[in-house]
Design a protein. Sequence first.
Length: 101
Amino acid sequence: MHFLLFYEFVPDYLERRGQFRSEHLRLAWEFQSRGELILAGAYADPVDGAALLFKCDSSAVPERFVASDPYAIAGLVKSWRIREWTTVVGQDAITPVHLPA
């Protein structure tokens, strides 16, 4: 299953993230090394949130990420939500749908 984790950052996120960034990235790479986190990154212009794509069996994995994330713990994340994502097109789609030729 795929899950998307959406973060909404506080207005002064860029000014405050420095002291937490190394630990945040360490955590993200740890989840990635286990095959749970596929892609992650902040939105560009404006940098007001982020999206993280997980491949796992339940929403417990992205929930565990949030609970451990220094950004969330330090209050840089104003809100977050997790959505299950039904992927149907692409090499990594969980439920590929091919139409007859």
